[in-house]
Design a protein. Structure first.
Length: 255
């Protein structure tokens, strides 16, 4: 009698253990999903607001004459643009363990492009900060000060475009893997696969003086705005994420 009771215990315990594992996996999935979604939205807002503030202070043809009165706005804008560094690096770092279970090469490529992108954007933001001392001219004649100020604004614009090219390259690789693994719905992955190459074309056109970049960012914005809301509400697809979680728990499954 005792033997029969004891032999039945594993059958009772195993479903309980499996249930707890499923709960932990679901919690992990939604935590990662919401964190990544929050970073996508934060980057869009932080850099967008920062760039708008900086442009309002340094975007006019004769901005240097009034930059002293708007230096606070310019500095706040540039600092927000620099804050985007943390946001974009966070996306690459949080995505790394998820993507790495399916393709370590893609995970490394995406993280590397995020590092290069934020470095390029930061160079542009620092260039904008260097405009502030020019407002006093410090012994420079007005023509030289204006030329240097314009050069710094142009530096930010060019490094921004190079950053966008890098972002587009990394996100094409990201969306291709998301499409293959079905971590998100395929219509979202396809929107990224369409939008980011168009974004790259727009950035290249801007470098060569063809001002169509703003219009060509719109297709990519669909992915950047819809993905966060999907991750907040639905998260990564449970089946695809469960496969990743299983491979992390048991490395022998990765083969």
């Amino acid at each position: 009698m005792q033997q029969a009771i004891s032999s039945s215990r594993p059958d009772v315990v195993e479903p309980v253990v499996d249930g707890r594992r499923r709960l932990r996996a679901t919690g992990s999935r939604m935590t990662y999903s919401r964190l990544i979604g929050a970073l996508f939205l934060s980057g869009f807002l932080v850099y967008g607001v920062g760039s708008a503030l900086a442009t309002s202070a340094a975007g006019a043809p004769h901005f240097l004459a009034s930059i002293a009165a708007h230096s606070t706005v310019l500095v706040i804008g540039a600092l927000l643009m620099l804050l985007n560094t943390v946001v974009d690096l966070g996306k690459g770092i949080l995505f790394f363990p998820i993507l790495g279970e399916h393709s370590r090469r893609t995970a490394l490529a995406y993280l590397a492009t995020m590092i290069v992108e934020v470095t390029l954007l930061d160079v542009g933001a620092v260039a904008l900060l260097m405009i502030v001392p020019l407002s006093g001219q410090h012994g420079l004649d007005p023509a030289t000060a204006v030329a240097r100020g314009s050069a710094l604004v142009h530096t930010n614009a060019m490094f921004y475009q190079f950053g966008e090219m890098t972002l587009a390259a990394g996100c094409v690789a990201l969306c291709a893997l998301l499409f293959r693994t079905r971590l998100i719905p395929r219509f979202l992955s396809i929107s990224g696969l369409i939008g980011y190459p168009i974004l790259m074309v727009g950035a290249i056109a801007e470098v060569f003086g063809i001002h169509i970049g703003l219009v060509l960012t719109i297709p990519g914005m669909f992915f950047e705005l819809v993905l966060p809301f999907w991750l907040f509400t639905k998260g990564f697809q449970s089946e695809a994420y469960a496969g990743s979680a299983a491979r992390r728990a048991d490395p022998t499954l990765a083969a």
